[in-house]
Ligand binder design. Structure first.
Ligand SMILES: NC(=O)c1ccc[n+]([C@@H]2O[C@H](COP(=O)([O-])OP(=O)(O)OC[C@H]3O[C@@H](n4cnc5c(N)ncnc54)[C@H](OP(=O)(O)O)[C@@H]3O)[C@@H](O)[C@H]2O)c1
Length: 320
């Protein structure tokens, strides 16, 4: 049994190396940059392909918006802060004057099904050619403290982590899929923690594992139904962002690098990809370790982070 577990781990590691080096890149993101079938001759920018990016007011979401705009996609920028979204929109318009933008302002917590459905109905009514959805919103640090034993979490914190990481992306995708025009693309942001779940972040780790399993299941389902929709789960390591500041280096890339690497993997034929090559290599190596060693190391590193976070929260409290 132990041998089998170890073999499985090795294969998982090899899978991630294949994701980086062994993929067929004959299709690219430009496949999704087509005018609406009903307006193939129209040259107005409104009729070009649209991408909807959730959590587009900061971090990786902003970078996806820029990278997609640089490819020629119109952008629907989702977020909860109209001011932050307007700043992103102004920067996009200055850099890519040929694209159109719209803002989708909605707090994803608590997740409101009528609000999501209403907004999507409006998009359908306007006849936008939506071909790309980036389910970027999420994170573990959207509740404070980030690291906490499950039994000490409030029910509200648990619900918030579910809503932001699972509920909102699932319900938005459910509403948007019938409105999107084929061929279309859905990208779901995951995390290393879906493959290496550590302690004191159980809800976040579980949610991110859901994101990956859900991506695969959805892609199979849509293909079985004859739909031309590509669904890809992105396994993300450390990325510099609004919610995760830190210096870019050996293991941490910039949000732009992550978004560009992800778009470069579109069409590779895999449902789960670690977009940045160094993240892929790290994950491949880590997944080859014996599980007991991995667990021991996760306890050590996460405990360190939890204690540091506790110390910083105490300092904040004293300074109030
Ligand atoms: N950065 C990393 O190291 C890392 C690692 C692994 C996985 N990921 C994944 O990558 C994705 C993006 O992470 P990030 O680091 O770029 O995050 P971030 O910098 O914290 O940005 C999160 C985005 O989500 C929005 N948001 C948060 N709560 C919201 C709410 N209640 N309603 C509507 N919008 C809300 C934020 O809006 P505001 O601007 O209003 O706050 C912001 O636009 C997440 O799914 C995360 O799990 C990130």
């Amino acid at each position: 049994m132990r041998m089998l577990e170890q073999d499985t781990a090795h294969w998982a590691g090899l899978g991630f190396l294949l994701d980086t080096y062994g993929m067929d890149l004959s299709d690219t993101i430009s496949r999704y940059l087509q005018p609406a079938s009903s307006s193939a001759t129209s040259s107005t920018s409104e009729h070009r392909s649209w991408a909807l990016i959730t959590g587009a007011s900061d971090g990786i979401g902003v970078s996806f918006a820029h990278e997609l705009a640089s490819e020629g996609f119109n952008n629907i920028l989702h977020g909860r802060s109209p001011t932050k979204l307007a700043t992103v929109e102004t920067a996009l318009k200055a850099q890519y004057p040929h694209i159109s933008t719209r803002l989708f302002v909605l707090d994803a917590y608590p997740c409101s099904v009528p609000a999501i459905d209403d907004y999507v109905r409006g998009l359908a009514k306007d006849g936008l050619c939506i071909r790309v959805l980036v389910n970027n919103i999420g994170g573990g640090a959207l509740v404070s403290p980030t690291f906490q034993p499950l039994a000490q979490r409030t029910a509200e914190e648990v619900q918030k982590l579910f809503d932001l990481n699972v509920g909102f992306p699932t319900l938005l995708t459910r509403a948007l899929l019938p409105v999107m025009q084929e061929p279309s693309l859905v990208l779901n942001l995951g995390s290393f923690v879906s493959h290496i779940p550590g302690p004191w972040m159980t809800v976040y780790a579980g949610s991110k594992a859901f994101n990956m399993s859900w991506s695969r299941s959805l892609w199979i389902e849509l293909r079985a139904g004859g739909k031309d929709v590509e669904v890809m789960g992105l396994v993300v390591g450390e990325v510099q962002s609004g919610g995760h500041p830190g210096p870019v280096g050996l293991v941490m890339c910039s949000s732009r690098t992550l978004a560009r690497s992800a778009l470069d993997k579109v069409g590779c034929g895999r449902h789960t990809v670690a977009p940045w090559w160094r993240h892929a290599a790290i994950l491949a190596a880590v997944l080859c370790l014996p599980e007991a060693l991995l667990n021991w190391s996760m306890v050590r590193t996460t405990r360190g982070m939890m204690e540091e976070e506790k110390r910083l929260l105490e300092v904040d409290k004293r300074n109030l």
